[in-house]
Design a protein around this ligand. Structure first.
Ligand SMILES: *[C@@H]1O[C@H](CO)[C@@H](O)[C@H](O)[C@H]1NC(C)=O
Ligand SMILES: *[C@@H]1O[C@H](CO)[C@@H](O)[C@H](O)[C@H]1NC(C)=O
Ligand SMILES: *[C@@H]1O[C@H](CO)[C@@H](O)[C@H](O)[C@H]1NC(C)=O
Ligand SMILES: *[C@@H]1O[C@H](CO)[C@@H](O)[C@H](O)[C@H]1NC(C)=O
Ligand SMILES: *[C@@H]1O[C@H](CO)[C@@H](O)[C@H](O)[C@H]1NC(C)=O
Ligand SMILES: *[C@@H]1O[C@H](CO)[C@@H](O)[C@H](O)[C@H]1NC(C)=O
Length: 361
């Protein structure tokens, strides 16, 4: 039988129990990077799905350019779960543009406009941590890159590292969100970031496997860049493993080899399992090699597979929250009305190939 004191205690406990239950519900409803289970994970203890050359589209807007690596734009990529966006920055007559190999081949516009698109998405999705990886093709300075961040109004979202060497533990997603520093920016490469300390030199914090693969049998987990590390020394230095998993197909023009994203093998390349070169098998192999899952996985045509399924498995995410589904078809979405670009697509392809030929020659 309960004493009076116990009854009183129970009565007092009731509201707080209810509060606990309520806060548990509230907590469950709040997801970070599409899952409530990821909020308390450190940035380097989750796998981020990356879109290789995010702004370079193979769709109506580029006349289905053979140089395009993605069917869907950056906004759609983010809404579908992509959390790392990579792209090449080129100096186009004094302005920084997102261009594939050269601005004559595929010019996706100003870096500041692309960052602005990312900012708009982040404004609407306040609980999401996003990573940008810029390939600094023309060695732009931190000051010039930083100006584009400022123009886009996105510099204020950027995380500034607390150390000039790779830490063993990065902040949790929740900490990055609470601190308002949920945009992480890596640049390959940047010698001096004094003018914009949030721009992190990629290979100070990350190592990558090989990326220039042309056959499904070519994928490897071994460290390839920076050239100064082996896989084990990279891991010892806390560099985060970055797994490239995309293929180039080669063609010949006037006897010169040209590489373009391999669409023919894409359903295998991005698959969770199956034939040689599938994403699921490579991810499992690299997880074994590293003793942890890769922190980043970079793919072409991210919607095919879908590649996000492999990343969800690595993150033990079974019920993603707040994602927009995208078709897994290995083709661009139907062009929006009024487009007349299809007429120029053959011309664009030939022009692109000639430019590529001139560049390589
Ligand atoms: C991205 O693509 C979607 C779907 O086609 C379109 O509605 C949206 O306007 C595009 N966004 C940008 C910034 O181009
Ligand atoms: C480069 O910029 C200069 C100055 O803004 C302009 O006069 C020139 O036409 C531009 N050249 C090209 C190829 O766009
Ligand atoms: C890639 O795979 C092809 C076909 O198996 C092989 O001939 C080639 O040597 C491989 N390249 C590398 C760099 O492993
Ligand atoms: C897949 O890649 C291999 C090796 O490069 C190539 O021989 C084959 O034609 C490709 N398959 C398709 C369907 O494109
Ligand atoms: C996160 O940590 C768990 C537990 O140690 C590990 O199994 C998993 O591979 C890690 N993931 C990453 C991306 O580091
Ligand atoms: C999105 O796709 C997943 C897996 O194919 C499915 O389980 C889910 O119901 C879909 N969600 C929506 C909103 O269509």
């Amino acid at each position: 039988m309960m004493s009076n004191t116990n009854i009183l205690t129970s009565l007092f406990l009731l509201p707080s129990l209810a509060q606990v239950a309520f806060s548990a519900v509230t907590k469950r409803a709040t997801a970070c990077n599409n899952s409530p289970d990821l909020c308390s994970k450190t940035y380097n203890n989750i796998t981020h799905l990356g879109s290789h050359n995010a702004p370079f589209l193979r769709d109506a807007s580029t006349g289905n350019s053979a140089s395009g690596n993605q069917f869907y734009n950056t906004t759609v990529q983010l809404s579908a779960g992509v959390r790392l966006l990579s792209g090449q920055v080129h100096n186009n007559n004094g302005s920084l543009h997102m261009c594939h190999s050269s601005c004559t081949l595929l010019d996706a516009g100003l870096l500041s406009d692309w960052l602005s698109e990312i900012k708009t998405w982040m404004d609407g999705n306040p609980n999401e941590v996003v990573t940008v990886l810029l390939v600094n093709s023309d060695d732009a300075s931190a000051s010039d890159l930083g100006s584009a961040y400022t123009t886009a109004g996105i510099a204020s979202y950027a995380y500034t590292p607390t150390s000039t060497t790779a830490p063993s533990e990065w902040p949790t997603l929740q900490t990055l969100i609470n601190d308002g520093t949920r945009l992480l920016n890596f640049v390959a490469s940047l010698d001096d970031n004094t003018a914009a300390p949030y721009l992190m030199d990629e290979f100070t914090y990350i190592f990558e496997n090989n990326y220039d693969n042309t056959s499904p049998s070519n994928f490897s987990c071994a460290a390839n860049r920076p050239s100064t590390v082996t896989t084990s020394s990279a891991l010892q230095q806390n560099l985060m493993p970055f797994m490239n998993h995309f293929l180039y197909e080669t063609s010949s023009l006037f006897g010169t080899t040209i590489e373009s994203p391999d669409l023919g093998n894409i359903t295998t390349t991005n698959a969770a399992s199956g034939g040689t070169g599938n994403l699921g098998t490579s991810a499992a192999e690299c997880t074994t090699t590293y003793g942890q899952a890769p922190t980043f996985i970079l793919v072409d045509f991210f919607n095919v597979g879908p590649a996000i399924a492999v990343v969800d498995t690595l993150n033990s995410v079974t019920s993603p929250v707040g994602r927009t589904n995208v078709s897994t078809a290995a083709s661009a979405p139907a062009a929006s009305s009024g487009s007349t670009r299809s007429e120029v697509s053959t011309f664009s392809l030939v022009a692109a190939l000639i430019v590529a030929f001139v560049l390589i020659a």
